[in-house]
Design a protein around this ligand. Sequence first.
Ligand code: AP5
Length: 222
Amino acid sequence: TKVDPLKIMISGAPASGKGTQCELIKNKYGLVHIAAGDLLRAEIASGSENGKRAKEYMEKGQLVPDAIAVMMVKDRLLQPDSREKGWLLDGYPRSLSQATGLRAYGFEPDLFILLEVSEDILVERVVGRRLDPVTGKIYHLKYFPPETEEIATRLTQRFDDTEEKVKLRLHTHNQNVETVLSLYEDITIKVKGNAPKEDVFVQIDTALTKLLEEKKSALGSL
Ligand code: AP5
């Protein structure tokens, strides 16, 4: 018998470092990283009707309707790789209906991670963020500048990464965070996200290692 794979949710304000930490978690624990925002941006890029509709909400920093978000995430979770390797859900659920929507399909996390970062830092992180369209890597002009000139010239910026739009996204986050947290109270860890990314990861890594050990010993005592 095998240890049941890890099922993790990670939440936090815009630019709190979810994507950055997910990359580190994925590298160490081999979980399938499912980012709601990335799924939506892929939908926009495909030119579909759902993508067009989603973009209208994303431009206003509002939540995309459940009919789009819930289905998209559920379909991804049902893929064989997520079931086999475990999953790391980034930026979902963001509302009560999204959480209950997932529950109805039988998806329950082992751990809910909340990244806590102060607001002044969030704005600085958003405006300095750049993405490499080739590797998908997340950079920051000040904190994680690109390694080569070649990468620097191809970096892109997200359409919702302006100071004005991050304030709208933050407002949406603040409106919903308490409700979502109350659903996962027993399995939540709050992580201090104001620190360098390696220090943030140490906090998460410690919790995940402990969780895996608990799963192993539960299996051993069967
Ligand atoms: P989404 O793409 O999820 O955006 P977000 O929640 O605003 O989060 P970000 O991706 O901006 O930030 P992050 O926390 O991943 O930070 P990162 O690691 O990149 O959602 C976008 C939109 O889609 C939403 O507004 C909504 O409209 C829609 N949507 C998404 N999910 C939805 C859902 N469930 N339902 C309905 N609609 C939904 O880091 C940010 C920057 O900081 C980077 O430059 C990074 O290099 C830097 N950085 C990271 N960590 C550190 C550190 N420790 N120190 C210094 N710099 C750091």
